[in-house]
Design a protein around this ligand. Structure first.
Ligand code: NDP
Ligand code: OXD
Length: 309
């Protein structure tokens, strides 16, 4: 069996070493731009070029080194007609839960305000907010969203969730579909975005939808920047309707130097790190799926091209 490896954004050698350890009978081939790929059974990649995709029409499956598939699906008709398999959790859910819990607690306990006060030399206790009414709403209840919801419940927050298809999660008020989105937003104090970027979800959080949130609501986006209409968010923060945001993802990454988000103190910025791919866990998961496919079995996390995730 031959496995082609490629990472458009970084080093691949350690991946090749780990695959060799997990699948000792497989030959791993690191593809370089400008090369003609040797015939391969599987490709494992991230951020491919059109030239690479063009050479993958005969592989049995393409595996992604990440959870989001938007950057691959944008190739449309140029995509090889083979199954595309993304990572399912692979250690990312715990990181997401840590990140979101931190951001929610930081806003709930007013640590931003205390930091500002400390810089001004102010010793001033602020009113404690009421946790019973401090509802956190999570958009997206999938491999990453569902564990985040569980963590928020454990922290004692009222939690509501929104997905495409109806869900039944213990202790969570579940909403589904566009028809229920406005109601979901109207009762959400902190909105956490964990949706895939698809033709249906792009710009979902525009001025109209963000305005449905109650005054003083807070946004945490750990999914994809293009889910949010950035100028609308900024305008609503400046108008005081949205209290602030913690953003890990942006329409253009790295966030360009002159972007107004950089200068807005109510926006906390991190560089797309809320859940990093853990190489060893990812290789273990992909290798296990390759073994299953090779035995003619089905695997989880195959992307549905119609849905776009
Ligand atoms: P999943 O595919 O497991 O879950 C997606 C969830 O979104 C599902 O609950 C799905 O609903 C819901 N959804 C999709 N489309 C719609 C829609 N039109 N309306 C309502 N709900 C919808 O994805 P993951 O949880 O694994 O990952 C989510 C996203 O997180 C990834 O797509 C990626 O963009 C982002 N990500 C970001 C990282 C970072 O470091 N910032 C790292 C990893 C991922 P249903 O359950 O009904 O299908
Ligand atoms: C992913 C990501 O989708 O890193 O895995 O954003």
């Amino acid at each position: 069996m031959r496995i082609l490896l490629y990472r458009g954004d970084g080093v691949i050698e350690a991946w090749a070493r780990d695959f060799a350890a997990e699948l000792p009978h497989a030959e791993t081939v690191v593809w370089q731009e400008g090369e003609r790929a040797a015939p391969c059974d599987y490709a494992v990649l991230w951020a491919p070029t059109p030239a690479l995709l063009d050479q993958l029409w005969n592989v049995k499956a393409i595996f992604l080194m990440g959870a989001g598939v938007d950057a691959l699906l944008k190739f449309g008709d140029a995509l090889p007609p083979v199954p595309i398999v993304r990572l399912g959790d692979a250690g990312m859910a715990e990181q997401m839960a840590d990140y979101v819990a931190h951001a929610v607690l930081r806003y709930f306990r007013r640590f931003d305000d205390y930091e500002r006060q400390a810089r001004e030399g102010l010793w001033r206790p602020l009113a404690l907010q009421d946790k019973k009414t401090f509802t956190v709403g999570v958009l997206g209840l999938g491999k990453l969203g569902a564990p985040v919801v569980r963590t928020l419940r454990q922290l004692g927050f009222p939690v509501r969730g929104w997905s495409r298809t109806p869900k039944d999660l213990p202790g969570v008020a579940c909403y589904a579909g566009m028809d229920q989105l406005d109601d979901f937003l109207a009762g959400t104090r902190v909105l956490v975005c964990m949706l895939p970027l698809t033709p249906e979800t792009g710009n979902l959080l525009d001025r109209a939808r963000l305005s449905r949130l109650p005054e003083g609501a807070y946004l945490i986006n750990v999914a994809r920047g293009a889910l949010v209409a950035e100028p609308d968010l900024l305008a609503l923060i400046r108008a005081g309707h949205i209290a602030g945001a913690t953003l890990d993802v942006f329409r253009n990454e790295p966030l360009p130097a002159p972007h107004p988000f950089w200068g807005e103190p109510r926006i906390t910025i991190t560089p797309h790190i809320s859940a990093l791919t853990l190489r060893e866990e990812a290789v273990r998961q992909i290798a296990a799926k390759i073994k299953l496919l090779d035995q003619g079995e089905t695997v989880a996390d195959v992307v549905d091209l119609q849905r776009g995730y």
